[in-house]
Design a protein around this ligand. Structure first.
Ligand code: SF4
Ligand code: SF4
Ligand code: FES
Length: 345
């Protein structure tokens, strides 16, 4: 079967991207996207540039955007990609079935997002690696010196870090990350997955320092919980789940000075327990104003507070009414908190 492959080409960092289309004979059930790129490079256009190595979802080299979603070219079968595209495009009411069938035969290949393009599908991953090093992604040297022989782990200890340890640093999650897209300082899902991998390692002796370091907007609190990283990770690392696990460690650490992000979560639970929902007028004062002790924070709330009241997004304090179900909600939260304290899951 002939398929069309539309590839984003870019001659250099400073040039503008253009799309080039190739017609390729393919077996969609047997060929991966990487097979198709190889065919193009070997048989039609030797100037096409992309990364590849293992061809087997091991090295993480072939990360790219395939029909709008980042992933590994050597993992995606052509049929899988075109089927996804078809299911999005076809609706029962479609009267353009022929046209749609042709469109379903178009593979669109682009370089990963959130990283500058060097040439064609090859991106400069310096920032990705620099951000990884910001989480100090190694089991600490001090603990490595404890034993001159093997430092064994039980299966249960190993299991704890298994998902995060699967990361092959392909960059797919980074490419789709909304927080990375808007913040130059956010370390990215790959780095936080690795952060959890060392945090969960019983051989590491820097837990306290790590928890304090990751308790920051540039680290776990910068994540917007968009789920994109979980959706695209080709090897089941589920970075967002790892980020949530780090947050749990932070929230349970009573020694840490309370950050705004922690206060945000504690206050939310407190207020919902008190009245069944969030009293916005108290929320801002407690979180941003730190209970009247942060004058700058308090002043910053005034314009927002006025806008919220005028647009009726927040009631006047005397209009606020607790939920009728507040007692049930309180009981529910307390039982969850008790389970947490008792070590229940
Ligand atoms: S869930 Fe968080 S870390 Fe993952 S892609 Fe979204 S913003 Fe980035
Ligand atoms: S977490 Fe998954 S998507 Fe992100 S770099 Fe690692 S393997 Fe790739
Ligand atoms: S070539 Fe190694 S992961 Fe695709």
């Amino acid at each position: 079967m002939k398929i069309s492959v539309k590839i984003q080409r870019q001659a250099s960092r400073s040039s503008n991207p253009v799309y080039q289309t190739y017609e390729v004979e393919a077996d969609p059930q047997a060929n991966t996207v990487l097979d198709i790129l190889n065919k193009i490079q070997w048989e039609q256009d030797g100037s096409l540039v992309f990364r590849r190595n293992c061809r087997n979802v091991i090295c993480g080299s072939c990360g790219m955007r395939i029909n709008g979603v980042s992933g590994l070219a050597c993992q995606k079968l052509v049929s899988e990609v075109l089927e996804i595209q078809g299911s999005l495009r076809h609706s029962p009411a479609s009267t353009e079935s022929d046209l749609n069938r042709d469109r379903d035969r178009v593979l669109v290949i682009e370089p990963m997002h959130n990283l500058p393009v060097i040439k064609d599908l090859v991106v400069d991953m310096s920032k990705f690696w620099d951000n990884l090093s910001r989480v100090d992604p190694y089991v600490s040297t001090a603990s490595r010196q404890i034993s001159n022989t093997e430092f064994l782990q039980t299966p249960a200890q190993r299991e704890k870090l298994q998902a995060a340890a699967n990361c092959i640093l392909c960059g797919s999650c980074y490419s789709e990350c909304n927080a990375t897209n808007v913040s130059d300082r956010f370390v990215g899902p790959h780095a936080l997955a690795k952060a959890y991998r060392v945090l969960a390692d019983n051989r590491d002796d820097l837990t306290t320092e790590r928890v304090a370091k990751y308790n920051d907007l540039d680290f776990v609190w910068g994540c917007t919980r968009c789920y994109n990283c979980n959706e695209v990770c080709p090897v089941g690392v589920q970075p967002l789940d790892r980020i949530s696990q780090i947050k749990q460690e932070i929230l349970q650490d009573r020694e840490l000075p309370e950050s705004t992000a922690q206060r945000h979560r504690h206050t939310m639970v407190e207020l919902v327990k008190e009245s069944g929902w969030i009293d916005e007028s108290k929320f801002g004062v407690k979180v941003v104003g730190n209970n009247f002790s942060d004058i700058k924070g308090m002043l910053s709330l005034i314009p927002l507070g006025i806008r919220m009241i005028l647009s009726r997004k927040m009631p006047w304090p005397w209009e606020f009414k607790p939920s009728e179900a507040k007692q049930q909600i309180k009981t529910l939260i307390e039982s969850v908190q008790k389970r947490g304290k008792d070590g229940g899951s």
